[in-house]
Design a protein around this ligand. Structure first.
Ligand SMILES: NC(=O)c1ccc[n+]([C@@H]2O[C@H](COP(=O)([O-])OP(=O)(O)OC[C@H]3O[C@@H](n4cnc5c(N)ncnc54)[C@H](O)[C@@H]3O)[C@@H](O)[C@H]2O)c1
Length: 326
């Protein structure tokens, strides 16, 4: 019989790619999303249940109806600036929302979960690359709310109620190579889609924040990981949930950092377009370099990045941007 996986936030960017990967691997993904930031058009690989993760009763009804063997939890608000303006909203949606999900799962006897963590829980680390033993220290309410999410999951796993995998992604990028889903955020705050929108002549003019960082070209360096590599890690994580209840944490990055200027130069080469930008001062709280050490997941889950070269990520994202109606 086909195994069902409940995917919270499956109408969003990462969640929709994971739904496709689950379907390709023979699972039935059931999306649970309030569509606040997601899009029903991206729910293509299984049913959509519209609801909020803070609504425990509704979640219970959906779990009872679909009988998932495990849950994948992507539903969260993700905008750092918005979290600074509305910290209570982030604490409630991302922290309390996770506790509500865990309560519904426990009431229904579902005890396997994979959750979207983030490198934002590390704040501004002193040492690169970042492994899972790097001290935790979020520097904004978004990072704190995602840490609260992890803590709820960890507490349940420690009590023996849950088998859990937390995947702390670095910068998700790219799009489905077959063009069936991609990044669709409003507003868009991520570098690669904004560079490509500028290349396509849509959206806001491109702004580059800070050219005086202690990096080879003065701009910030980040670890971009293809969203399909993230999706593959989620499918691999499912098999890690078998066995006695336990909590696992893995960093998920390509292990290679690229600067903002390298991203823009690669986008110029991939698109064949000139990409204009203005130089602005540094933004508060942007570390110079964030690069993952993903050795643990490579060893324990036999996962490795397959499509995370910069030209592939930008090429897939470019095809997606070009397909969108203007
Ligand atoms: N995109 C990245 O680079 C990145 C990096 C690190 C971690 N993450 C994490 O990955 C997850 C997915 O990120 P994304 O970029 O796909 O975001 P997204 O905004 O595209 O998707 C999130 C989805 O969750 C839904 N949602 C939000 N709050 C909800 C609620 N209370 N109830 C039901 N649905 C709700 C939204 O409608 C949306 O469809 C998030 O948990 C985020 O913190 C993303």
């Amino acid at each position: 019989m086909t195994e069902t996986i409940l995917v919270t936030g499956g109408a969003g960017y990462v969640g929709s790619h994971v739904c496709k990967a689950l379907a390709v691997a023979g699972f039935k993904p059931v999306t649970y999303d309030n569509l606040f930031r997601g899009h029903k058009e991206l729910v293509k690989w299984g049913p959509l249940e519209v609801g909020d993760v803070c609504d425990t009763e509704k979640l219970q009804a959906v779990i009872t109806r679909h009988k998932p063997s495990a849950v994948m939890h992507f539903a969260a608000l993700t905008l750092v600036g918005e979290s600074v303006a509305q910290p209570g909203l982030y604490h409630h949606n991302n922290g309390d929302g996770t506790q509500s999900l865990l309560t519904a799962m426990q009431r229904c006897g579902v005890n396997r979960i994979v959750v979207s963590g983030t490198c934002a829980v590390y704040g501004i680390p002193q040492k690169m690359p970042i492994d899972e033993n790097t001290p935790i220290g979020p520097i904004n309410p978004y990072g704190h709310s995602k840490l609260a999410m992890e803590n709820h999951v960890h507490a349940a796993a420690t009590k023996g109620e849950l088998s859990s995998v937390v995947l702390r992604y670095f910068n998700a990028a790219g799009a489905d190579p077959e063009g069936e889903t991609g990044e669709w955020h409003e507003p868009e705050t991520h570098l690669i889609p904004n560079v490509l929108r500028a290349a396509a002549g849509i959206g806001e003019p491109l702004r580059l924040f800070g050219t005086d960082y202690p990096t080879p070209d003065g701009t910030c360096i980040r670890d971009y990981i293809h969203v399909c590599d993230i999706a593959a890690a989620h499918v691999a994580a499912l098999s890690h949930l078998n066995g006695p209840p336990k909590g696992h944490v893995f960093n998920l990055g390509s292990g290679t950092g690229f600067s903002v200027r390298q991203v823009i130069d690669t986008a110029r080469a991939v698109t064949g377009r000139d990409i204009a930008f203005s130089v602005e001062p540094r933004r508060d709280g942007d570390p110079a370099i964030l690069v993952a050490d993903s050795t643990r997941i490579q060893n324990d889950l036999q996962w490795k990045p397959m499509r995370s070269g910069l030209p592939e990520q930008i090429g897939d994202a470019w095809r997606w941007v070009q397909k969108q109606p203007r």
